[in-house]
Design a protein around this ligand. Structure first.
Ligand code: KMH
Ligand code: ZN
Length: 308
Protein backbone atom coordinates (compact mmCIF):
# COMPACT_ATOMS: atom_id res chain seq x y z
CA UNK A 1 0.00 0.00 0.00
CA UNK A 2 1.33 3.47 -0.91
CA UNK A 3 2.48 5.66 1.92
CA UNK A 4 0.38 8.72 2.78
CA UNK A 5 1.77 12.16 2.00
CA UNK A 6 0.76 14.73 4.62
CA UNK A 7 0.72 18.32 3.35
CA UNK A 8 0.39 21.18 5.82
CA UNK A 9 -0.91 24.59 4.70
CA UNK A 10 0.48 26.96 7.28
CA UNK A 11 -1.42 30.26 7.03
CA UNK A 12 -3.25 30.81 3.70
CA UNK A 13 -5.35 33.83 2.81
CA UNK A 14 -8.80 32.86 4.10
CA UNK A 15 -8.42 33.31 7.83
CA UNK A 16 -7.55 36.67 9.38
CA UNK A 17 -5.59 37.47 12.55
CA UNK A 18 -8.68 38.15 14.68
CA UNK A 19 -10.03 34.64 14.09
CA UNK A 20 -7.25 32.79 15.95
CA UNK A 21 -4.14 33.79 17.86
CA UNK A 22 -2.48 30.62 16.55
CA UNK A 23 -2.51 31.81 12.91
CA UNK A 24 1.12 32.46 11.86
CA UNK A 25 1.61 36.02 10.62
CA UNK A 26 5.25 37.15 10.69
CA UNK A 27 8.01 35.46 8.68
CA UNK A 28 9.45 34.14 11.95
CA UNK A 29 6.09 32.66 12.95
CA UNK A 30 5.58 31.13 9.50
CA UNK A 31 9.07 29.61 9.55
CA UNK A 32 8.65 28.18 13.07
CA UNK A 33 5.20 26.77 12.31
CA UNK A 34 6.52 25.15 9.12
CA UNK A 35 9.49 23.55 10.89
CA UNK A 36 7.21 22.21 13.65
CA UNK A 37 4.74 20.84 11.08
CA UNK A 38 7.58 19.10 9.21
CA UNK A 39 8.90 17.63 12.46
CA UNK A 40 5.40 16.34 13.22
CA UNK A 41 5.29 14.48 9.89
CA UNK A 42 4.28 16.84 7.07
CA UNK A 43 6.26 16.05 3.90
CA UNK A 44 4.97 19.11 2.03
CA UNK A 45 4.61 22.63 3.41
CA UNK A 46 2.14 24.85 1.47
CA UNK A 47 2.92 28.53 1.94
CA UNK A 48 1.39 31.99 1.61
CA UNK A 49 2.88 35.20 3.04
CA UNK A 50 1.37 37.95 5.15
CA UNK A 51 2.24 41.56 5.83
CA UNK A 52 4.24 41.20 9.08
CA UNK A 53 2.60 44.29 10.61
CA UNK A 54 -1.06 43.70 9.77
CA UNK A 55 -1.40 40.04 8.77
CA UNK A 56 -2.96 40.94 5.42
CA UNK A 57 -2.06 38.42 2.68
CA UNK A 58 0.80 39.77 0.57
CA UNK A 59 2.35 38.65 -2.72
CA UNK A 60 5.64 40.44 -1.92
CA UNK A 61 8.57 38.14 -2.83
CA UNK A 62 10.74 39.92 -0.24
CA UNK A 63 8.44 38.70 2.52
CA UNK A 64 8.50 35.12 1.20
CA UNK A 65 12.29 35.30 1.08
CA UNK A 66 12.36 36.02 4.82
CA UNK A 67 11.00 32.57 5.65
CA UNK A 68 11.76 30.27 2.70
CA UNK A 69 15.50 29.89 3.38
CA UNK A 70 14.87 29.25 7.09
CA UNK A 71 12.44 26.44 6.24
CA UNK A 72 14.85 24.98 3.70
CA UNK A 73 17.78 25.04 6.13
CA UNK A 74 15.85 23.44 8.98
CA UNK A 75 13.72 20.76 7.30
CA UNK A 76 13.78 18.23 4.48
CA UNK A 77 10.18 19.09 3.62
CA UNK A 78 9.06 19.99 0.12
CA UNK A 79 8.28 23.72 -0.13
CA UNK A 80 5.06 24.38 -2.05
CA UNK A 81 4.27 28.05 -2.78
CA UNK A 82 0.78 29.27 -3.57
CA UNK A 83 -0.05 30.71 -6.97
CA UNK A 84 -3.60 31.32 -5.69
CA UNK A 85 -2.42 34.15 -3.44
CA UNK A 86 -5.18 36.14 -1.75
CA UNK A 87 -8.42 37.97 -2.59
CA UNK A 88 -6.49 41.23 -3.02
CA UNK A 89 -4.14 40.08 -5.83
CA UNK A 90 -3.95 39.87 -9.64
CA UNK A 91 -2.61 36.77 -11.38
CA UNK A 92 0.70 38.57 -12.00
CA UNK A 93 0.93 39.51 -8.31
CA UNK A 94 0.32 35.86 -7.48
CA UNK A 95 3.19 34.76 -9.73
CA UNK A 96 5.84 37.15 -8.41
CA UNK A 97 7.14 35.14 -5.46
CA UNK A 98 6.97 31.71 -7.16
CA UNK A 99 8.94 33.07 -10.12
CA UNK A 100 11.67 34.29 -7.81
CA UNK A 101 11.71 31.24 -5.56
CA UNK A 102 11.40 28.59 -8.33
CA UNK A 103 10.20 26.01 -5.80
CA UNK A 104 9.83 22.27 -6.30
CA UNK A 105 6.06 22.68 -6.10
CA UNK A 106 3.38 25.36 -6.49
CA UNK A 107 -0.38 25.27 -6.22
CA UNK A 108 -2.33 25.63 -9.47
CA UNK A 109 -6.03 26.38 -9.18
CA UNK A 110 -7.94 24.63 -11.96
CA UNK A 111 -10.78 27.02 -12.70
CA UNK A 112 -12.33 30.43 -12.12
CA UNK A 113 -15.00 30.39 -9.45
CA UNK A 114 -16.93 32.24 -6.79
CA UNK A 115 -14.95 32.10 -3.54
CA UNK A 116 -17.15 33.42 -0.77
CA UNK A 117 -15.54 33.69 2.68
CA UNK A 118 -17.75 36.55 3.83
CA UNK A 119 -19.06 34.56 6.82
CA UNK A 120 -15.66 33.29 7.97
CA UNK A 121 -15.47 35.94 10.70
CA UNK A 122 -18.95 35.48 12.14
CA UNK A 123 -17.61 34.36 15.54
CA UNK A 124 -15.10 37.21 15.88
CA UNK A 125 -16.00 39.60 18.69
CA UNK A 126 -13.17 42.12 18.40
CA UNK A 127 -11.34 42.89 15.19
CA UNK A 128 -7.61 43.57 15.43
CA UNK A 129 -7.11 45.29 12.06
CA UNK A 130 -9.21 47.57 9.82
CA UNK A 131 -8.59 45.51 6.65
CA UNK A 132 -10.10 42.26 7.90
CA UNK A 133 -13.87 42.85 7.73
CA UNK A 134 -13.88 44.54 4.28
CA UNK A 135 -11.51 41.84 2.94
CA UNK A 136 -13.99 39.15 3.94
CA UNK A 137 -17.16 41.09 3.02
CA UNK A 138 -15.91 41.85 -0.51
CA UNK A 139 -15.82 38.16 -1.36
CA UNK A 140 -19.60 38.06 -1.99
CA UNK A 141 -18.63 39.82 -5.24
CA UNK A 142 -15.28 38.11 -5.79
CA UNK A 143 -14.33 35.92 -8.71
CA UNK A 144 -11.24 33.82 -8.06
CA UNK A 145 -9.70 34.14 -11.50
CA UNK A 146 -8.03 31.08 -13.03
CA UNK A 147 -8.84 31.06 -16.77
CA UNK A 148 -7.37 28.51 -19.17
CA UNK A 149 -4.99 31.25 -20.33
CA UNK A 150 -3.92 31.91 -16.72
CA UNK A 151 -3.38 28.20 -16.12
CA UNK A 152 -1.30 27.89 -19.30
CA UNK A 153 0.75 30.95 -18.34
CA UNK A 154 1.54 29.52 -14.90
CA UNK A 155 2.47 26.13 -16.37
CA UNK A 156 4.75 27.78 -18.97
CA UNK A 157 6.46 30.23 -16.64
CA UNK A 158 6.93 27.95 -13.66
CA UNK A 159 6.60 24.38 -14.89
CA UNK A 160 8.34 24.60 -18.24
CA UNK A 161 10.85 27.30 -17.28
CA UNK A 162 11.86 26.08 -13.82
CA UNK A 163 10.76 22.46 -13.47
CA UNK A 164 8.25 23.34 -10.75
CA UNK A 165 5.52 20.71 -10.41
CA UNK A 166 2.00 21.40 -9.22
CA UNK A 167 -0.57 20.76 -6.56
CA UNK A 168 -3.62 20.92 -8.86
CA UNK A 169 -6.37 22.43 -6.72
CA UNK A 170 -9.78 21.10 -7.81
CA UNK A 171 -12.77 22.61 -6.00
CA UNK A 172 -15.44 21.01 -8.16
CA UNK A 173 -15.97 18.31 -10.75
CA UNK A 174 -15.45 20.66 -13.70
CA UNK A 175 -11.95 21.42 -12.45
CA UNK A 176 -11.04 17.76 -12.92
CA UNK A 177 -12.20 18.00 -16.55
CA UNK A 178 -10.19 21.22 -17.00
CA UNK A 179 -7.12 19.32 -15.80
CA UNK A 180 -7.92 16.38 -18.10
CA UNK A 181 -8.04 18.85 -20.99
CA UNK A 182 -4.59 20.16 -20.02
CA UNK A 183 -3.31 16.57 -19.82
CA UNK A 184 -4.77 15.72 -23.25
CA UNK A 185 -3.04 18.77 -24.73
CA UNK A 186 0.29 17.71 -23.24
CA UNK A 187 0.46 20.87 -21.15
CA UNK A 188 0.91 18.96 -17.89
CA UNK A 189 2.69 15.69 -17.19
CA UNK A 190 1.93 12.77 -14.87
CA UNK A 191 2.03 12.04 -12.07
CA UNK A 192 -0.55 14.75 -11.39
CA UNK A 193 -0.89 15.67 -7.71
CA UNK A 194 -4.62 16.36 -7.53
CA UNK A 195 -5.81 18.19 -4.43
CA UNK A 196 -9.59 17.71 -4.25
CA UNK A 197 -11.15 20.43 -2.09
CA UNK A 198 -14.44 20.26 -0.23
CA UNK A 199 -16.55 22.85 1.54
CA UNK A 200 -15.50 26.16 -0.02
CA UNK A 201 -18.61 28.28 -0.76
CA UNK A 202 -18.38 28.37 -4.57
CA UNK A 203 -17.07 24.80 -4.86
CA UNK A 204 -18.42 21.32 -4.19
CA UNK A 205 -19.95 20.75 -0.75
CA UNK A 206 -18.38 18.71 2.04
CA UNK A 207 -20.52 15.58 1.79
CA UNK A 208 -18.94 12.12 1.88
CA UNK A 209 -20.66 11.08 -1.36
CA UNK A 210 -18.95 14.03 -3.09
CA UNK A 211 -15.57 12.79 -1.90
CA UNK A 212 -16.21 9.43 -3.58
CA UNK A 213 -17.66 11.13 -6.67
CA UNK A 214 -14.57 13.31 -7.09
CA UNK A 215 -12.31 10.26 -6.59
CA UNK A 216 -14.27 8.10 -9.04
CA UNK A 217 -14.26 10.90 -11.62
CA UNK A 218 -10.51 11.42 -11.19
CA UNK A 219 -9.96 7.64 -11.47
CA UNK A 220 -11.86 7.60 -14.79
CA UNK A 221 -10.13 10.69 -16.19
CA UNK A 222 -6.57 10.04 -15.02
CA UNK A 223 -6.26 6.33 -14.14
CA UNK A 224 -2.82 5.75 -12.67
CA UNK A 225 -1.56 9.12 -13.96
CA UNK A 226 -2.55 10.88 -10.74
CA UNK A 227 -1.88 10.98 -7.02
CA UNK A 228 -4.98 11.86 -5.01
CA UNK A 229 -5.06 14.20 -2.03
CA UNK A 230 -7.90 15.71 0.00
CA UNK A 231 -8.48 18.87 1.97
CA UNK A 232 -11.71 20.13 3.47
CA UNK A 233 -12.57 23.50 4.93
CA UNK A 234 -13.23 24.19 8.59
CA UNK A 235 -14.94 21.54 10.68
CA UNK A 236 -14.85 19.03 7.82
CA UNK A 237 -11.04 18.86 7.77
CA UNK A 238 -10.48 15.87 10.01
CA UNK A 239 -13.35 13.67 8.80
CA UNK A 240 -12.49 14.22 5.14
CA UNK A 241 -8.77 13.65 5.54
CA UNK A 242 -9.54 10.47 7.51
CA UNK A 243 -11.88 9.29 4.73
CA UNK A 244 -9.15 10.07 2.20
CA UNK A 245 -6.66 7.92 4.11
CA UNK A 246 -9.12 5.01 4.31
CA UNK A 247 -9.75 5.27 0.56
CA UNK A 248 -6.10 5.33 -0.49
CA UNK A 249 -5.60 9.09 -0.67
CA UNK A 250 -3.15 11.61 0.69
CA UNK A 251 -4.14 14.42 3.04
CA UNK A 252 -3.71 18.13 3.64
CA UNK A 253 -4.23 19.81 7.01
CA UNK A 254 -3.11 23.17 8.39
CA UNK A 255 -4.53 26.43 9.68
CA UNK A 256 -5.05 27.71 6.11
CA UNK A 257 -7.90 25.23 5.79
CA UNK A 258 -9.20 24.95 9.37
CA UNK A 259 -8.52 26.72 12.66
CA UNK A 260 -9.88 23.81 14.69
CA UNK A 261 -8.53 20.65 16.32
CA UNK A 262 -11.92 19.33 17.44
CA UNK A 263 -15.51 20.43 17.88
CA UNK A 264 -15.48 24.08 19.00
CA UNK A 265 -11.81 23.82 19.99
CA UNK A 266 -9.14 25.93 18.34
CA UNK A 267 -5.91 24.27 17.25
CA UNK A 268 -2.86 25.58 19.08
CA UNK A 269 -0.65 25.11 16.04
CA UNK A 270 -0.30 23.60 12.59
CA UNK A 271 1.82 20.85 14.13
CA UNK A 272 -1.06 19.86 16.41
CA UNK A 273 -3.25 19.15 13.36
CA UNK A 274 -0.42 17.21 11.65
CA UNK A 275 0.14 15.15 14.79
CA UNK A 276 -3.57 14.34 15.07
CA UNK A 277 -4.08 13.19 11.47
CA UNK A 278 -0.82 11.29 11.60
CA UNK A 279 -1.96 9.42 14.69
CA UNK A 280 -5.31 8.58 13.08
CA UNK A 281 -3.64 7.34 9.88
CA UNK A 282 -1.14 5.25 11.83
CA UNK A 283 -3.96 3.78 13.93
CA UNK A 284 -5.44 2.71 10.58
CA UNK A 285 -2.15 0.90 9.82
CA UNK A 286 -1.19 3.44 7.16
CA UNK A 287 2.39 4.58 6.80
CA UNK A 288 3.40 8.22 6.45
CA UNK A 289 5.62 9.27 3.54
CA UNK A 290 8.89 11.03 4.30
CA UNK A 291 9.81 14.10 2.24
CA UNK A 292 12.20 11.89 0.24
CA UNK A 293 9.40 9.45 -0.51
CA UNK A 294 7.06 12.30 -1.44
CA UNK A 295 9.68 13.58 -3.90
CA UNK A 296 9.88 10.12 -5.49
CA UNK A 297 6.11 9.67 -5.67
CA UNK A 298 5.56 13.14 -7.20
CA UNK A 299 8.76 13.21 -9.32
CA UNK A 300 9.98 16.52 -7.91
CA UNK A 301 13.20 18.18 -9.01
CA UNK A 302 14.81 18.26 -5.54
CA UNK A 303 15.27 20.80 -2.79
CA UNK A 304 18.72 21.81 -4.07
CA UNK A 305 17.31 23.15 -7.35
CA UNK A 306 15.26 26.07 -6.03
CA UNK A 307 15.86 29.83 -5.99
CA UNK A 308 16.14 30.40 -2.24
N1 KMH B 1 -7.15 27.77 0.65
C1 KMH B 1 -7.44 26.62 -0.15
C2 KMH B 1 -8.89 26.29 -0.15
C3 KMH B 1 -3.90 28.31 -3.23
O1 KMH B 1 -3.11 28.57 -2.35
O2 KMH B 1 -3.59 28.26 -4.42
C4 KMH B 1 -6.95 26.77 -1.53
C5 KMH B 1 -5.54 27.11 -1.78
C6 KMH B 1 -5.33 28.04 -2.90
O3 KMH B 1 -4.63 26.59 -1.17
ZN1 ZN C 1 -3.14 28.07 -0.30
Amino acid sequence: MAKVIISCAITGAIHTPSMSDALPITPEQIATASIEAAEAGAAIIHLHARNPETGEPTPDPAVFMRFLPIIKQNTEAVVNITTGGGMNMTVDDRLAAPLQAKPEMCSLNMGSMNFNISRAGDRVKTWKYAWEQPYLARTTDHIFRNTFADIEKIVERLGRAHGTRFEFECYDVGHLYNLAHCLDRGLVEPPLFVQTIFGILGGIGAEPRNLMFMKETADRLFGDAYVWSVLAAGRHQLAFTTMAGINGGNVRVGLEDSLYIGRGKFAKSNAEQVTKIRRILEELSLEIATPKEAREILKLKGGDRVGF
